[in-house]
Design a protein around this ligand. Sequence first.
Ligand code: ATP
Ligand code: MG
Length: 234
Amino acid sequence: AAHQMRTPLTGLRMQTDLALMESDPAQIHRSLQQISQSAERASHLINQLLSLARAEASYEKIYAVEQVDLEALLRPMLTDFVPRALQKGIDFGLETTDQPLLIDGNPVLLGELLKNLIDNALKYTPVGGCVTVRTIATEKAIVEVEDTGVGIPEADRERVFERFYRVLGSAESGSGLGLPIVREIAELHRAKVSLSPNPAGQGTIVQVVFPFSRTEPPPPALPGPMARNQFPPA
Ligand code: ATP
Ligand code: MG
């Protein structure tokens, strides 16, 4: 991590030194734009490192575990990503079960997990593509992020979870920490993350499968004699 932070900071210093030697205002402006981009990348890297460190810290001690409705967590988050999707002309949608999807966990960490997946989907999907966030309730609580992006070659599908690993040739910038953060937070929640190619032929589907909340209230009693026999249980 120290090396990963040194490189962008060295770059920033060199760019600043060069800019200070310029006298042409147009050239100074261009240099400042580069410096601004580099500073943004460096601060993104630091934020991702902090996020990973937070996830690594034994969360039972630091974070309160509560019952979290994944549906309710997703809705405002998706709204925040809408301007970016619009800017890129991406068809961005939410498909939900329309009922609470309750799990036990920490909303801050879960928010970071979901944000990283949506960020990847929007980042690695070219202009005009399609990104869908989906919730599914089976015997598990499932969140899926589907995109029609560049896809992840099979040979890289495990390695992308390694810290700082990025698929070669990507035109997008990033620190290679998003998926390691996702995996770390998923493990804390006893959830499984899987990557698969989008069956539509292009892009990726990331699935996170959570156990349902253990403190979930029992389903409403069925009318009739069966329900009367079941509640209260013997
Ligand atoms: P960061 O998330 O820290 O900003 P990053 O996006 O490069 O940087 P990860 O989110 O860990 O890092 O992803 C690792 C690599 O996996 C990416 O660099 C990219 O090559 C590939 N990748 C991740 N998600 C997708 C996706 N939805 N489609 C295509 N490639 C992806
Ligand atoms: Mg990422």
